[in-house]
Ligand binder design. Structure first.
Ligand code: XUL
Ligand code: CO
Length: 441
């Protein structure tokens, strides 16, 4: 095993009273919460791109993070060192999963053939490291946004040559994800959107996006890849109008194109807030449609309008998220991918551990709180009571689909004005706070 993190040994669970910053206060992989362990509930994954490829560069300044695995050697030698470092990190952190884009793990070559050969070489090395450590692949994906060829989109590019290039990358990455035993495959729209209608045919672009996804769903079946295909909604950035704006937009698009049986959604917290929604709203919308597949667990900054990809520390938000996850009976084969990066000024390799420990502790505590609330059934009872009118009489008739407008009029003429019933929001908010405060120690 490599030694890129000499100051960090295996991170242990030390409980809420520990003062050791390099320990878990709540995440205790083998601790049972109900019938599953925390690890089984949360299925935490490290995002390869942020944690091992991030440089700290931003539009206003250069690299701030100089990683030992990036020192010296050819691009491929660096890629190999980075992969060693990654598996050392996964093992010391004690996570079961990771996620990567093709170009994170292997640098692009001079042409597609060379890029594919490089990717294959690095994936074979990853397979060996997976076997050595027991770490698994939560999902693979293709980077269809960084290379200049994708400046006007990948599958929605006006040039079919670019479409074909993007499709070729997806073909190879589906094969590699299958080879690595990946349990999901993600499509994030990247540059699938537009800047101006002066040069854009929305109808054709949406049609091309659907054709692209159909090809992927067909190829998945052809090669016998059993992972779940996921689409990750995001409203803007990099393009002004992204076609996969939010959960509702993506669900509508998938249904309109007959793709809703082949894809589920990967909901990212920060993308939800950029769309003007709460994280929980996006999770609940996907879940209500039977389409919540996986989560990119991070947070934004409410004072900034872009994708800051910060590690979750907001317990309130995480409790809301875990409530939806528990209500639908879990996330598997999906998981919680920490699609998050340390701040530009957090330049030590140890900061990568602090960041993940914080995120994992936040979701572990949230899991315990959401589980207890669910066990006590208070929120569920309140919601059930609120809709009880639909269990019988006119309500049941409406839900059965047999009621008509005439029935409605007859009912109101006979029963007069409906009573005002309080939604009791403040009482419920206090209740949630009480659980959070009680269980945080
Ligand atoms: C971009 C984003 C991506 C996807 C994978 O905002 O979230 O990292 O998760 O391509
Ligand atoms: Co993401």
């Amino acid at each position: 095993m490599s030694d890129y993190f000499p100051k960090v040994s295996k991170i242990k669970y030390e409980g809420p009273d520990s003062k050791n910053p390099l320990s878990f206060k709540h995440y205790n992989a083998s601790e049972k919460v109900g019938d599953k362990t925390m690890a089984e509930h949360l299925r935490v994954a490290v995002a390869y791109w942020h944690t091992f490829c991030g440089t700290g560069g931003d539009p206003f300044g250069d690299q701030t993070m100089f990683r030992p695995w990036d020192e010296g050697g050819s691009d491929m030698e660096k890629a190999e060192k980075r992969l060693q470092a990654a598996f050392e990190f996964f093992t010391k952190l004690g996570v079961e999963y990771y996620c990567f884009h093709d170009r994170d793990i292997a640098p692009e070559g001079k042409d597609l053939a060379e890029s594919n050969a490089r990717l294959e070489k690095m994936c074979n090395m990853a397979l060996q490291l997976q076997r050595d450590t027991g770490v698994k692949l939560l999902w693979g994906t293709a980077n269809l946004f960084s290379n200049p060829r994708y400046m006007c989109g990948a599958s929605t590019n006006p040039d079919p040559h670019v479409f074909a290039y993007a499709a070729s990358q997806v073909k190879k990455m589906l094969e590699m994800t299958k080879m690595l035993g990946g349990v999901n495959y993600v499509f994030w729209g990247g540059r699938e959107g537009y800047e101006t209608l002066l040069n854009t045919d929305i109808e054709r672009e949406l049609d091309h996006l659907a054709k692209f996804l159909q090809m992927a769903a067909d190829y998945k079946k052809e090669i016998g890849f059993e992972g779940q295909l996921l689409i990750e909604p995001k409203p803007k950035e990099p393009t002004k109008h992204q076609y996969d704006f939010d959960a509702a937009t993506v669900i509508g698009f998938l249904k309109a194109n007959g793709l809703d049986k082949d894809f589920k959604l990967n909901i990212e917290a920060n993308h939800s807030t950029l769309a003007g929604h709460a994280f929980q709203h996006e999770l609940a919308t996907a879940s209500a449609n039977g389409m919540l597949g996986s989560i990119d667990a991070n947070r934004g900054d409410l004072l900034l309008g872009w994708d800051t990809d910060q590690f979750s520390t907001d317990i309130y938000d995480a409790v809301a998220a875990m409530t939806v996850v528990l209500d639908q009976g879990g996330l598997a084969p999906g998981g919680l991918n920490f699609d998050a990066k340390v701040r530009r000024s957090s330049t030590d390799v140890e900061d990568l551990f602090h960041a993940h420990i914080g995120g994992m502790d936040t979701f572990a505590l949230a899991l315990k709180i959401a589980w207890k609330m669910k066990q006590d059934g208070i929120l569920a009872k309140n919601i059930a009571d609120r809709y009880a009118g639909y269990n019988s009489g006119i309500g049941a008739k409406i839900e059965s689909g047999s009621a008509t407008l005439k029935d409605m009029e007859e009912f109101v003429l006979a029963n007069g004005e409906p009573k005002l019933v309080s939604g009791r929001q403040e009482m419920l908010e206090n209740l949630v706070n009480q659980y959070i405060l009680d269980l945080s120690r």
